[in-house]
Ligand binder design. Structure first.
Ligand SMILES: Nc1ncnc2c1ncn2[C@@H]1O[C@H](COP(=O)(O)OP(=O)(O)OP(=O)(O)O)[C@@H](O)[C@H]1O
Ligand SMILES: O=P(O)(O)OC[C@H]1O[C@H](OP(=O)(O)OP(=O)(O)O)[C@H](O)[C@@H]1O
Ligand SMILES: [Mg+2]
Length: 299
């Protein structure tokens, strides 16, 4: 039954954000029994319940206070926000943090055969989209009048099907546009997945769980963005070696047994080490260069 002391978090049931959202919670040490039920999954080792829903429903569930937290794309969140503003409905929420997945952009695209010089070429054309409010806000600011065609899916086939002259849809690699003979011409909105929280009273038991979760999420994302670098370097080239390692903290220097001319260096770096940098390090006399992933971090 509904337990008021368990944090309810909504995330996408199936789609682009599902596995990354579950993985994030798993990396935070939360054991979720996903097979038990379909709409709701209970964490075994933390007072957290996961609601698995359509992504479009997540902002509303948070804004209406039905769940405490939600993981959703900023694109869907902003669209719901603009919709609620236009309807004069309630829309409060807090963004706790931007996440490192679900990275995409909402873009305007036209058939490759259509001539395009600048945004005025979009005047008075029909544009198919699942994001009418984001599109309207963008084109209103540019003073471009247009006709819209609302489609919840298969937006990219609209021009070929004769439903619209252009589309405004999500793009990541651009493969879907290319496969449908379309060309990206304007970026309307850049998006990541984000973690949002409802406003209003949240009891202190839940607040503690949310704070603990936030610290862990921060640590997981920081660890994913960081690398542990180890190498051996000539003592007389230390400063040059360090200057090549941008994004790295001051290294730990360790003596090498039986070798006075070289030392071992260990450091955490917020940037990955590219092959080019590794080659430069090697040409300075560095050797045994290792780049390791970091599993967990807490500052
Ligand atoms: N190609 C992509 N790369 C990265 N992130 C994406 C990509 N496409 C979409 N997203 C992000 O993932 C979210 C969910 O995308 P998806 O295509 O699974 O949505 P959907 O089909 O509307 O799913 P649902 O059935 O839950 O309504 C998008 O709102 C966006 O934030
Ligand atoms: O630029 P690309 O890398 O090709 O990605 C863009 C596509 O990804 C999303 O759809 P998804 O594949 O999630 O399926 P959907 O259309 O069923 O939502 C989005 O709606 C685009 O169609
Ligand atoms: Mg959806």
């Amino acid at each position: 039954m509904f337990d008021n002391n368990r944090v309810r978090i909504a995330m996408q049931k199936t789609g682009r954000l599902s596995s990354d959202s579950i993985k994030l919670l798993t990396c935070c040490g939360i054991k979720i029994n996903l097979k038990q039920q379909k709409l709701i999954a209970f964490a075994e080792n933390m007072p957290i319940d996961v609601m698995l829903v359509r992504d479009d429903d997540i902002p509303g569930l948070v804004m209406d206070g039905v769940v405490d937290l939600g993981i959703v794309g900023e694109n869907v969140l902003e669209e719901e926000l603009l919709k609620r503003i236009s309807q004069k409905s309630e829309y409060s929420y807090i963004t706790l943090r931007r996440l490192d997945f679900g990275i995409c952009r909402l873009s305007l695209a036209i058939p490759v055969s259509t001539i395009y010089s600048d945004i005025t070429c979009l005047k008075n054309i029909r544009i198919a989209t699942s994001y009418p409010h984001l599109l309207k806000k963008y084109l209103d600011e540019k003073k471009i009048r247009f006709k819209s065609c609302m489609l919840n899916g298969s937006v990219e086939v609209a021009p070929r099907a004769g439903l619209a002259d252009a589309i405004c849809d999500l793009v990541s690699t651009g493969a879907t546009l290319e496969a449908n003979g379309l060309r990206e011409v304007q970026v309307v909105y850049r998006s990541h997945a984000c973690l949002i929280c409802r406003t209003g009273d949240i009891n202190h038991i839940k607040k503690e769980v949310i704070n603990k979760l936030m610290t862990r999420i921060k640590g997981v994302i920081k660890a994913r963005e960081s690398k542990y670098i180890m190498l051996h370097a000539p003592v007389n080239k230390l400063e040059e070696v360090i200057s090549l390692l941008r994004g790295a903290e001051r290294p730990t220097i360790l003596k090498l047994a039986g070798d006075d001319k070289r030392v071992a260096m260990h450091m955490v770096s917020s940037e990955t080490l590219f092959w080019e940098t590794m080659e430069k390090l090697k040409s300075l006399g560095a050797s045994s260069i290792l780049v390791l992933p970091i599993e967990k971090m807490m500052e």
